[in-house]
Design a protein around this ligand. Structure first.
Ligand SMILES: [Zn+2]
Length: 77
């Protein structure tokens, strides 16, 4: 799978670290960590470009096909 970083361009997903669902709030953070939901279909996720520009990205991805519909900086999403 490849992720189009707004700064680095399209990169292999091995450069990124998946950080769970892109949701806000402590209760949702708890749910994301401890109540691992696994939705089928388009889903907003938080990814960290650990081996690149170290940006937090919100990736909208289809969990069934791995097709990526949108990538935005997490702070702007
Ligand atoms: Zn990057």
């Amino acid at each position: 799978m490849r992720i189009g970083c707004p700064f680095c361009g399209e990169r292999d997903s091995s450069e990124f670290v998946y950080r769970g669902s892109a949701r806000e709030g402590a209760a949702q953070d708890f749910a994301a960590v401890y109540l691992q939901d696994n939705p089928a279909g388009p889903h907003k996720e938080l990814w960290y470009h650990a081996f690149g520009c170290r940006s937090w990205l919100q990736v909208t991805r289809d969990t069934r096909t791995h097709e990526i519909f949108a990538v935005a900086l997490a702070r702007e999403a």
